[in-house]
Design a protein around this ligand. Structure first.
Ligand code: NG1
Ligand code: ZN
Length: 552
């Protein structure tokens, strides 16, 4: 590192002292904490993003300020790699040490050592670009400013602020600028692409007039999804959608949004008895999660939840149908379809997907693991039960499809190829995206002529319960086998198993959260009472093993 670079870093780093006595970790989705302590972390991740751009030959890197479904006073920062995907896991330890360096001197030493090891030119000879986006949190603007300061303290690096966007939009734009050779790609291109491909799917519906599926109401978690869905609604001239909780009145993620609806299985604020019988959906605060639901008549706010597993099942079914039109056993090329889930997937969904003849694989929680696995297939479909997921298409498959679109003689096959092509354009190739996911669900339901009830009947969820337990040190819990078995502390797994076997169709696991300071408990059983009881008793067990026991 030359002297000019060194003094620039020293000067700027001293303006962003790190919070004392707090250890931050990049976790499964970047750094998240109370917004008031994040200035220094975000500044430093600005530096990291600029280094990442240098390392990747000047590719555009994304930096998103959001804490997703967490409370409005929290915020967070995460980095998107050139293909719009999550920051490579190899750099996470560096992210952790950069965020936790105690003073400017040790920070600069870390950067110098890392740049040397990774062969990153730190002399201003190369340019670097970082795109900055944020959700609607009030702390977002000043954190973007801190990130810019970090970026600018790397000579030759520029930060471009694209303002308030959904997390998936930022990832999409980063990908478009690098991979699709659209150096000026913006939100407008995103809206154009998703609306054009959605229209294409609708135009390809056979006997369209019979397929009206009625109104949709979308709870936007009082977050960024509201204003973006409004743009799509206008662009598509879509009168059948009503946007609620768009953020004009309520508080971000407070008793609204996909996380609340999925975990508590209740209707979000602003929804009630008049909405019985209507198809409803919820996005989370940064619009990368999507769930559907209907309100149970006289059900005291309870809902029928149509979660990420069921969205996955709908997508898998549609893709399988289109592929079976397009291919038969005589085809020399048989596209490989894979489905990726986590231990949180409802057991009934896995059974259904297996029955469809699909290859189902499990990874640990965290979309980066699911995404990576999905890449191993020609069509890789992944979803977390909480509604985060997407469908990835391999280049080989897309080339094959391109050829099929133009050479297939049968109109039916041509249309199937066009539909799959449109899906690949609609669904976000970088990360899970609630808005493009919502449009795909709507297009498929219209295609099938299905009501939300019909969709929900694909299979019946096993009753489940999720709880969280505050513990002294969540890192004391170490798991294996896609997080289904606890290795440490010793003895706890045996105790969990002993409780679980008492319940017919019982399944239960615990794991430390990667985004909150808690241990999560998940239980499934034949009845809701049994699932609740199992979850509660295992939560007690976790507390006994790991809780705050004064004097112990
Ligand atoms: P943690 O806090 O590690 O459980 C949560 C979600 C993940 C994922 C991340 C990132 C659950 C149980 N966990 O992770 O699936 O979405 O947030 O946002 O929903
Ligand atoms: Zn989110």
């Amino acid at each position: 590192m030359n002297e000019q670079q060194q003094s620039l870093l020293v000067q700027s780093a001293s303006r962003f002292p790190p919070p004392q006595g707090i250890k931050l970790s990049y976790g499964t989705a970047g750094f998240r904490a109370d917004a008031s302590i994040l200035q220094s972390t975000v500044f430093r991740i600005g530096i990291l993003a600029a280094l990442r751009s240098l390392k990747t030959g000047g590719a555009v890197i994304g930096l998103m300020i959001t804490a997703s479904h967490n409370k409005v006073s929290d915020n967070g920062v995460k980095v998107a790699d050139p293909a719009g995907e999550m920051l490579t896991q190899d750099w996470e330890p560096f992210a952790d040490s950069v965020a936790n360096a105690p003073d400017p001197e040790s920070l600069i030493q870390l950067i110098a050592d890392f740049a040397k090891k990774e062969d990153i030119p730190l002399n201003g000879s190369k340019g670097a670009t970082v795109l900055l986006g944020r959700d609607t949190r009030p702390s977002g603007e000043s954190l973007v400013e801190a990130a810019k300061q970090g970026i600018c303290s790397v000579i030759g690096a520029v930060g471009i602020d694209i303002g308030v966007v959904t997390t998936p939009q930022l990832h999409w734009i980063v990908r478009a600028r690098n991979k699709d050779s659209k150096p000026s790609a913006s939100e407008l291109d995103y809206f154009d692409q998703v609306s054009t491909s959605f229209r294409c799917l609708i135009d390809l519906i056979p006997n369209k007039s019979q397929h009206g599926i009625g109104k949709l109401i979308v709870d936007c978690a009082n977050g960024v999804g509201g204003e973006k869905l409004q743009v799509l609604k206008q662009k598509l001239n879509w009168s059948d959608v009503e946007i609620r909780n768009s953020g004009e009145q309520g508080v971000l993620n407070e008793q609204v949004g996909a996380d609340y609806v999925q975990k508590d299985k209740v209707a979000p604020q602003g929804f009630g008895p008049p909405d019985v019988g209507v198809r409803c959906a919820s996005l989370d605060g940064d619009a990368d999660r999507l769930v559907y639901f209907t309100i149970i008549p006289n059900g005291n706010n309870r809902i029928n939840l149509v979660d990420g597993d069921k969205i996955l099942s709908l997508f898998a079914l549609f893709i399988k149908d289109q592929l079976s039109i397009l291919t038969d056993y005589t085809n020399e090329y048989q596209p490989r379809v894979g489905v990726v889930q986590t231990a949180y997937a409802n057991g009934a969904s896995t059974k259904y997907l297996n029955q469809l003849g699909l290859h189902v694989i499990f990874t640990p929680t965290g979309v980066k693991y699911l995404h990576e696995k999905a890449h191993e297939f020609d069509i890789g479909i992944y979803f977390e039960a909480n509604g985060h997921g997407t469908i990835l298409f391999s280049n080989r498959f897309l080339r094959w499809l391109e050829d099929k679109k133009s050479t297939e003689k049968s109109l039916e096959k041509q249309n199937a190829a066009m539909r799959l092509w449109a899906v690949s354009k609609l669904i976000n190739q970088a990360v899970g995206d609630a808005l493009s996911g919502l449009l795909l669900v709507e297009a498929i339901l219209q295609h099938m002529g299905w009501s939300v009830e019909k969709w929900n009947e694909l299979y019946h969820d096993l009753p489940s319960r999720q709880l969280k337990v505050k513990v002294a040190d969540r890192t004391a819990v170490v798991t294996t086998n896609a997080e289904t078995i606890v290795e440490k502390p010793p003895g706890i797994q045996e105790a969990i198993t002993a409780l679980t076997v008492k319940y017919p169709q019982g399944r239960c696991f615990v794991r430390p959260s990667g985004t909150e300071d808690v241990v999560r408990v998940y239980a499934e059983a034949r009845t809701q009472e049994a699932a609740d009881e199992l979850a509660t008793s295992v939560a007690k067990l976790v507390d006994q093993f790991l809780g705050f026991h004064v004097g112990m």
